[in-house]
Design a binder for this molecule. Structure first.
Ligand code: SF4
Length: 476
């Protein structure tokens, strides 16, 4: 995950960026950073914590300029969570002096699957990495900056055209120099990057909600393998890879993106309702009420209720002062699950409850909620998940703690996974949406049809890029 935002051509660019990042806070809660530019100077501020707290009036006032880029961080590599000083150290945007461009700032959303291999090659040529504190602690963003520094083309666009084809994995980059702003989307478009326009200014953001939240106009997504360069208010488009159909992460539709965003021309909220309707068709059950595990299960639960005719009830209330549990560091995650939800006894007592969530990775949230529903008097609890079992992990920007601690094991039969989850959570029945059901909701047709395809590797095991650092580059 991570969220990136940039704006150029407007006064108070840092203020606009802080608001844009605020709209992207759901993509990363560990740290945030903004770099702005004015005249000859770059101004920077990075800190651990949430955007609203970090970028108060006085901090924003120090970040002068008509151009700024920023990031909200969810760490999949580098230092994690436990120390706010260390969080700030690894927060982005990252800056490097690169001749002849001067200072180059880079903000990254995604994960490079050959970063360690590239880093070893660069280390052999004498390059020293600032973010490497041990063998496992190194931030892939620095590898990209090192490669840009080592290339010889005279323009930044030219260097990126040389460097980007060397990178494997998923990435949306925003690069800023004193002259240019550049937005880049990986050759398969696994991570999203959107272009927006507000009066004379251009914006780049991980999601449309950040553009529209600023009352700006969403122009279009950056295409897979596309690089757009903004200079003196003019925009040019360049390609750096052979044109390929998009393989946008399907989990963006299911969980990552905010429901008020648009992806691939569709409302994320409406797609989630469609996932719930498919789920009701595939895994119906005789019950009295449908409840969501809020907030992520809300829209699928609504869809399930619409399709099944079982009334929707607010049986679980979410505490809004606790962030997204999935993107929290593991220690905080376990503590915050208990703080996050409470049961409305009057709504569930004596009822047979269909409990809907978008996905299940470790099963801890579902386990606690099922137990609490039963303590509150629910007669039966039937767990329904609006995506298939998360069996294969993700190497494109998900914390490895999630990958290693998932309940569903690779290639395990779905019926066996459901038995495990029943035993773990204490639910009376468990059912997942099928891969074809997920595709019908997102793309209108089953997976292996003529419809658009997505990255669905965490569900199917079919990774769309090489995983060089993990298995010698074989495509799985
Ligand atoms: S593996 Fe899953 S979470 Fe990762 S990019 Fe692909 S669909 Fe998204």
């Amino acid at each position: 995950m991570c969220g990136v935002f940039a704006v150029c051509g407007t006064p108070e660019a840092a203020k606009t960026t802080s608001v844009g990042l605020h709209h992207l806070q759901h993509r990363g809660q560990e740290a945030g950073g903004i770099v702005s530019f004015e005249g000859e100077h770059f101004y920077e501020h990075r800190e651990g914590g949430l955007i609203g707290r970090i970028f108060n009036k006085s901090v924003v006032a120090r970040l002068s300029g008509t151009a700024a880029i920023g990031q909200v961080r969810y760490s999949t590599s580098g230092v994690k969570h436990e120390d706010v000083v260390k969080q700030a150290r690894d927060a982005q945007p990252m800056l490097k002096k690169i001749l002849p461009f001067g200072t180059v700032a880079l903000a990254h959303n995604g994960n490079l699957t050959n970063a360690k291999t590239l880093q070893l090659e660069l280390a052999l040529t004498g390059k020293v990495f600032e973010t490497q504190k041990s063998d496992d602690e190194m931030i892939d963003t620095e590898v990209a900056l090192m490669l840009i520094g080592a290339a010889i083309e005279p323009t930044l666009v030219g260097r990126l055209k040389t460097v980007l084809p060397l990178l494997e994995g998923a990435y949306a980059f925003i690069v800023m120099t004193s002259k240019q702003m550049i937005g880049v989307c990986d050759p398969l478009g696994i991570r999203p990057l959107m272009l927006g326009r507000y009066k004379g200014a251009w914006m780049l953001a991980s999601e449309t909600c950040a553009i529209e939240g600023l009352d700006a106009e969403f122009v279009r997504p950056i295409q897979p393998g596309e690089m757009i360069a903004i200079e003196d208010g003019k925009i040019t488009s360049h390609t750096f890879s052979v044109k390929q159909p998009s393989r946008l992460c399907i989990f963006e539709h299911i969980y990552f993106s905010k429901p008020d965003s648009t992806l691939e021309g569709k409302s994320v909220m409406q797609t989630r309702e469609a996932l719930g309707r498919e789920l009701a068709r595939e895994a119906s059950i005789d019950a009295d009420i449908v409840c969501a595990i809020p907030d992520s299960g809300n829209y699928a639960a609504l869809g399930f209720s619409q399709e099944s005719g079982i009334p929707f009830a607010f049986g679980i209330i979410r505490h809004h002062y606790v962030g997204r549990v999935f993107i929290q560091p593991p220690d905080e995650r376990d503590r915050d699950i208990s703080l996050k939800h409470n049961i409305v006894r009057a709504a569930v007592q004596g009822k047979r409850v269909v409990l809907v969530d978008d996905s299940l990775v470790r099963g801890i949230t579902a386990q606690r909620i099922v137990a609490r529903l039963k303590r509150a008097g629910a007669r039966e609890v039937h767990l329904r998940l609006s995506s298939p079992p998360w069996q294969h992990g993700c190497y494109y920007g998900i914390d490895e703690a999630n990958v290693h601690r998932r309940v569903a094991k690779p290639y395990e039969n779905v019926a066996v996974v459901c038995e495990h989850v029943c035993a773990l959570t204490g639910a009376d029945s468990v059912a997942y949406l099928s891969v074809d059901g997920m595709y019908r909701a997102v793309h209108g047709e089953p997976r292996n049809s003529t419809c658009a395809q997505s990255c669905d590797a965490c569900f199917t095991g079919r990774f769309p890029t090489p995983l060089t650092d993990r298995c010698g580059g074989r495509i799985h």
